[in-house]
Design a protein around this ligand. Structure first.
Ligand code: AMP
Length: 341
C-alpha cells in the first residue's frame, strides 16, 4: 500500500516536472523576439517604378523577416485606415499582433520617399507621424518577456520606454535614421545608452557621431554603451565592430534592385531572428557574424520587389541557399607568395 502510494507520488512528481519542463519550453518559444517601430503606409518611387500606398514601416519589415526564425511580437499603434488585409499580412506569417494598438479616429504613420539611380541615396518627401504622435507603449507579458528585442526606427523616447519594459532581454538592438538624429539627437543618444547593439546606416552613423570614419564612430558609440556597432552600407554590405573585433560582409550581388525600402529592417530581422533562434548560446563575435549572413540574405530578397511583396513569397529553402552562396563568395584560402622587398 505504502509502496503504491509512493509510486503514485513519484508519478505525480514526474507529471509536475514534465508540465514544468513543457511550460519552460513553451515560454522559451513565446519569449522570442519583440519589435517596436513604425507600422506604416509608404509611398515610394524608384527608377524602376512606384507605389502610392503599400504596407511598410520598420516594425513590419523587421517582423516579416524575423518570422522565419521565431515568434515575433509587434508593438505599435495603427489608425482606422489599417484594416484586416494589413493584419492578415502579419498574421499570415504568424506574427503576434496583440500589442498592435488600434487608435480609433487615428491615422496610421505615413512616409513618402524617392530614390534616384544611386539607390543608396534616398529623399524623404513626407513623414506623417499620425497615431505615433501620442503613442504610449504598454507591453503585454509575452512582449516584455522577449529575450531578443529590436527597437526599430521610431521616436527615440518611445524606444527607451519599450526598452525599460523588456526586463528579461539578453540582446537589445536599436536602429534609427537621419530624421531622429536631426530632431531628437539627445534622446537618441540616451536610448542608445540602454542597448547592446546599434545598427545604423553608414552615413547616419557618421552624422550621429560627427566622426567621418567607421572605426572612430564605432568607438564613440561604444563609449555611449553598446558593445556591438553595425554600419549598414546598402548595396556595399555591412560592417560590424564587436567587443571581440571586426567583421564585414558584402551585399548579395543582385542584377536588379527594385526598391531598397525596408532593407535595413529586413537585415535586422534576419540578424536578430538568428540570435533568437539560438537561445542560451553565448552572443560572441562568431554567432554575431553568422547572424549577419542571415541579415544580408533577408535584405537581399526584400529589395528585389516593392515593399514586402518579395518577402511574402519567400521560402526557408531560398534563405538557406542564399546564405550558402554568401559563404562561398566570401571564403578564401590563403596562398603563400614570396613578396618582393
Ligand atoms: P529602411 O529602408 O530599412 O530604413 O526602412 C524604411 C521604412 O522606415 C519605411 O517602410 C518607412 O515607413 C519607415 N520610416 C521612414 N521614415 C521613418 C521615420 N522617421 N520614423 C520611423 N519610420 C520611418
Amino acid at each position: 500500500m505504502g509502496t503504491a502510494r509512493a509510486r503514485a507520488g513519484a508519478g505525480a512528481a514526474e507529471a509536475i516536472q514534465a508540465a514544468a519542463v513543457s511550460r519552460v519550453a513553451t515560454l522559451a518559444r513565446l519569449m522570442s523576439v519583440t519589435v517596436v517601430g513604425s507600422i506604416a503606409f509608404d509611398a515610394v518611387s524608384t527608377p524602376l517604378g512606384s507605389r502610392e500606398r503599400m504596407l511598410g514601416g520598420s516594425a513590419v519589415h523587421f517582423a516579416l523577416a524575423a518570422s522565419f526564425f521565431d515568434v515575433v511580437h509587434v508593438v505599435g499603434p495603427v489608425g482606422d485606415d489599417f484594416g484586416q488585409d494589413e493584419y492578415a499580412v502579419l498574421r499570415g506569417r504568424n506574427v503576434d499582433t496583440s500589442d498592435v494598438e488600434h487608435v480609433a479616429g487615428g491615422k496610421t504613420f505615413f512616409w513618402r520617399g524617392e530614390y534616384g539611380w544611386d539607390l543608396n541615396e534616398r529623399q524623404t518627401l513626407d513623414t506623417q507621424l499620425g497615431v505615433f504622435a501620442d503613442f504610449e507603449p504598454k507591453l503585454s507579458e509575452a512582449s516584455s518577456a522577449a529575450d531578443v528585442v529590436f527597437l526599430g526606427n521610431i521616436q527615440p523616447d518611445l524606444q527607451s520606454r519599450v526598452r525599460e519594459q523588456c526586463t528579461r532581454a539578453r540582446f537589445v538592438a536599436l536602429d534609427s535614421m537621419n530624421y531622429w538624429i536631426e530632431t531628437a539627437r539627445d534622446s537618441l543618444i540616451e536610448a542608445i545608452g540602454g542597448v547592446d547593439c546599434l545598427m545604423l546606416n553608414d552615413a547616419e552613423l557618421r552624422e550621429l557621431t560627427r566622426e567621418p570614419n567607421f572605426v572612430r564612430a564605432a568607438s564613440q558609440v561604444r563609449d555611449w554603451g553598446p558593445r556591438v556597432v553595425l554600419a549598414k552600407q546598402g548595396q556595399y554590405g555591412a560592417l560590424m565592430i564587436s567587443h571581440e573585433g571586426f567583421f564585414a560582409l558584402p551585399a548579395y550581388p543582385l542584377e536588379t534592385v527594385v526598391d531598397p525600402t525596408g532593407a535595413g529592417d529586413c537585415f535586422a530581422g534576419g540578424f536578430m531572428g538568428f540570435l533568437a533562434a539560438h537561445p542560451g548560446e553565448e552572443l560572441d563575435h562568431e554567432l554575431l557574424s553568422q547572424a549577419m549572413a542571415y541579415g544580408t540574405a533577408l535584405a537581399s530578397f526584400n529589395v528585389e520587389e516593392f515593399g514586402v511583396e518579395r518577402v511574402l513569397r519567400l521560402t526557408s529553402e531560398e534563405i538557406a541557399d542564399r546564405v550558402a552562396d554568401l559563404r562561398r563568395m566570401t571564403h578564401f584560402v590563403e596562398r603563400p607568395v614570396e613578396l618582393r622587398r
